[in-house]
Design a protein around this ligand. Structure first.
Ligand code: LRH
Ligand code: MN
Ligand code: MN
Length: 388
């Protein structure tokens, strides 16, 4: 097994992008519980995200969702972020809240609605130009509820046309990342339901179009690490939206529902070169904190990713390869499980201290007084998105 010192260089460059919407109030269709101190502006969300990076050294950038994070001047928002020690990252488009999009957006049968949806994405690229963001992330709520409601095939063609126009607007340094989801809000068919459809659509665009894998967007029992391996093999894994789920798109803290699954995913990321320098695989969170405090929820999340990454890096690949070559099923599984069961927490605490970070970021946040301060300062915080 590699030593902790062997894996430190990779851990040193681990970066996990946090979503601005994780800091706002969120909930279910039954209830949104307001949390004292919830941000009222994009600036306050960024200030909160900066706390996560300050205490963990793991979260140097913040993803924006447009129009949830709409401001007049994005370049100045970028400077605000830099002053707080973080950068603005992925720009997420949003075509799932307007009445016009009830029957679809980039796939809609009406050219006027498609035009509107395409224009929204072109405006998002303008924002990327101002913020210096690399990735435009597209998740579509497009789909239908009843068999016969929509022409499934024509919608794929229209999706291709719409995406082509958006892709053509990107600069050479920018990328389009297409996220898939098998259901919800549409319940019969979704226009980008799976990695295969996303792969087909992005492959038809060009090299800078990639797939986004949201870990909460699969049917129960799906072997997600296999999808990771395949997309890395094909050179099309652009990004992760990390979260965890028990039943549906629960958006719970990554690694909370199934730490072993997160380990298996990170093993394939490492195996496929996803943590190599310049790999182009963006690790992001896409979560909501409905009942827990948001900032510590995000701190816990990035620490979970770091911990499972460390365990994945400790996997003894030589021993594993030898057992696999020998056809020794149980020996191979034992090598794999040894890495999963390695308790890296003390070594990670030391590693943090060596980098000038608190050994226990959760405790450091609790002791910092930041939560009490924002609760006192901010009144009338924003909802994360839906209903905002
Ligand atoms: C859709 C999704 C997508 C959205 C985010 C708010 O379920 O995962 O990434 O942009 O949630
Ligand atoms: Mn997502
Ligand atoms: Mn989701």
């Amino acid at each position: 097994m590699p030593t902790f010192a062997d894996i430190t260089p990779v851990l040193d460059r681990l970066a996990i992008e946090v979503p601005s919407w994780a800091y706002g109030n969120s909930g279910t269709r039954f209830k949104v519980f307001a949390t004292p101190g919830t941000p009222r502006t994009p600036q306050e969300k960024i200030a909160d995200a900066a706390q996560v990076h300050r205490l963990t050294g793991l979260a140097p950038s913040v993803a924006l969702h447009i129009p949830w994070d709409e401001v007049d001047d994005y370049a100045s928002l970028g400077r605000f972020a830099a002053d707080h020690g973080v950068a603005l990252g992925t720009i997420n488009s949003n075509t799932f809240q307007d009445d016009e999009y009830k029957l679809g957006s980039l796939t809609h049968h009406d050219p006027a609605v498609r035009r509107r949806a395409i224009d929204h994405h072109l405006a998002c690229v303008d924002i990327m130009d101002a913020t210096g963001s690399r990735d435009l992330k597209i998740w579509l709520a497009d789909g239908s509820n009843y068999p016969g409601q929509a022409d499934l095939r024509a919608r794929q063609d229209r999706l291709h046309e719409s995406l082509s126009e958006i892709y053509a607007r990107l600069s050479d340094e920018q990328r389009l990342v297409l996220e898939y989801k098998f259901f919800e809000p549409a319940f019969y068919h979704t226009d980008v339901p799976d990695w295969g459809t996303s792969f087909v659509q992005v492959s038809a665009l060009g090299e800078r179009a990639m797939v986004c894998l949201d870990t909460g967007h699969h049917a129960p029992g799906t072997n997600i690490e296999f999808i990771v391996a395949q997309l890395l093999r094909l050179g099309r894994l652009g990004s992760f939206d990390f979260n965890s789920r028990f039943y549906a798109d629960d958006d719970l803290i990554v690694g909370a529902a199934d730490p072993f699954q997160l380990f298996r995913i990170m093993v394939e990321v490492v195996r496929g070169g996803g943590l190599d320098e310049g790999s182009g695989v963006a690790l992001m969170l896409d979560q909501c904190h409905n009942i827990e405090d948001k900032i510590p929820g995000q701190i816990r999340s990035v620490l979970n990713v770091q911990e499972m990454t460390a365990r994945a890096l400790l996997l003894d690949r030589d021993a594993l390869g030898a057992a696999q070559e020998a056809g020794d099923v149980l020996a191979a599984n034992a090598v794999f499980m040894d890495a999963f069961y390695a308790d890296v927490r003390p070594a990670l605490a030391e590693h943090r201290v060596a980098r000038g970070l608190p050994a226990d970021p959760m405790a450091a946040y609790a002791a910092s007084g930041y939560q009490q301060q924002i609760a006192a300062d901010r009144v009338g915080g924003q909802q994360a998105g839906w209903g905002a």
